[in-house]
Design a protein around this ligand. Structure first.
Ligand code: AMP
Ligand code: MG
Length: 349
């Protein structure tokens, strides 16, 4: 299929283009679009055939449910059985924004959208063009990240084009996204609200609004005997082609050790890359050193992670060493993605 690619202003998207995109969605087609977290691959959430097309375009396992995107609170009432008071409080505090909540679904949401579950994940994005697109659709857009399953999530339109050109009707190019990591997911179907995927909205931010929130144990287990509750979190994800190793320890020691490994690898004719920060990038003796931004600015680190991982795939490197990023607020979210990308390969020095 020929994919239509259109540039849009992320704040004031072109009226005619958004109308065309909305029409594609209403007819059951697929449109990739920017949100504040990552680019989404959208289809009509109420149309099982559209959801099936999303799974096919991404090569996504069909037991991995999709997040339904809405533009207003009334839309939430239309697809869930009930809205717990704490969920309502979080919606007040963080919607529109990078927070996804899990509810018991009603009969309007097809099982094809929820991967066979009787719960549904819902998010109200804050991105102006995303909201406009939702309004032009049936009001419900199922949208996983717009990457081929297993690859890093797209934070720029070129990433979407790399993965999905020819597989979707339309790609809306609204420039680089603001946050760069997928939404925080919190589940309201158990006793205590539970974080199933860490993101920009931290546990602490939610606890200030609703009291205790717990973390899914399956997320942290390194060799997981405990299964994550979000089906998608159990899959291998984000891995670059080169072998990625996270190196933890005191800064000087990490730099010195990594430089030693690089010398050893180069003696064997192997090229290496390093993922560093603005503060340390100049200290490594690798062919390619990519900075995630300043350690003082954790939002920059989050925003650059997926782009850096993707850029390494265009380079001829056999191994990548990465610093770790246990930053104060988003550290959990950043390290969750980086650990997955590294297949949990961590060396402490
Ligand atoms: P993505 O769309 O790529 O951001 O992935 C969506 C994530 O949300 C995946 O990890 C899914 O497993 C998770 N998810 C979506 N719906 C549900 C649900 N009803 N219950 C638990 N996890 C969900
Ligand atoms: Mg994804």
């Amino acid at each position: 299929m020929e994919t239509i690619i259109e540039k849009i202003d992320p704040v004031h998207p072109d009226f005619a283009i958004m109308g065309q995109a909305g029409e594609i969605l209403r007819r059951g087609g697929l449109v990739a679009f920017p949100t504040e977290t990552v680019y989404g691959l959208g289809g009509d959430a109420l149309n099982p055939e559209a959801s099936e097309k999303i799974y096919k375009a991404k090569g996504r396992p069909s037991d991995n449910p999709l997040i339904v995107h809405i533009a207003d609170r009334e839309a939430l009432e239309g697809i869930v059985k009930e809205i717990p008071a704490k969920a309502l409080a979080l919606a007040e505090a963080f919607w529109p924004g990078p927070l996804t909540m899990i509810f018991e679904k009603n009969g309007r949401v097809p099982l094809a959208t929820t991967g066979g579950l009787d719960t549904v994940a819902v998010r109200m994005p804050g991105h102006a063009a995303a909201r406009e697109l939702i309004r032009r659709s049936t009001g419900y857009i199922a949208a996983p990240s717009a990457n081929v399953s297993g690859r890093p999530s797209p934070t720029k339109a070129v990433h979407v084009i790399e993965d999905l050109n020819g597989r979707v009707e339309m790609i809306l190019d609204g420039g680089a996204v603001g946050i760069g990591l997928e939404s925080t997911i919190v589940d309201f179907t158990g006793q205590t609200p539970m974080i199933l995927r860490p993101g920009y909205i931290s546990g602490g931010m939610m606890e200030r609004v609703i009291g205790p929130v717990c973390m899914d144990r399956g997320l942290m287990a390194e060799d997981s005997s405990v299964r994550p509750k979000a089906p998608g979190m159990k899959y291998r994800h984000y891995a670059p082609k080169a072998e990625l190793t996270i190196v933890e320890g005191e800064e000087n020691r990490v730099v010195e050790t990594v430089n030693g490994w690089i010398r050893e690898k180069e003696a064997l004719g192997l090229r290496c890359g390093v993922i560093a920060t603005d503060e340390t990038a100049g200290l490594y003796r690798a062919e390619t050193v990519m900075s995630m931004g300043s350690r003082e600015d954790e939002e920059s680190i989050a925003r650059h992670l997926f782009d850096v991982l993707r850029r390494f795939d265009f380079l001829d490197v056999a191994c990548i060493y990465s610093e770790s990023f246990h930053t104060p607020r988003m550290g959990q979210a950043i390290m969750n993605r980086l650990l997955k990308a590294a297949g949990h390969r961590v060396i402490r020095v």
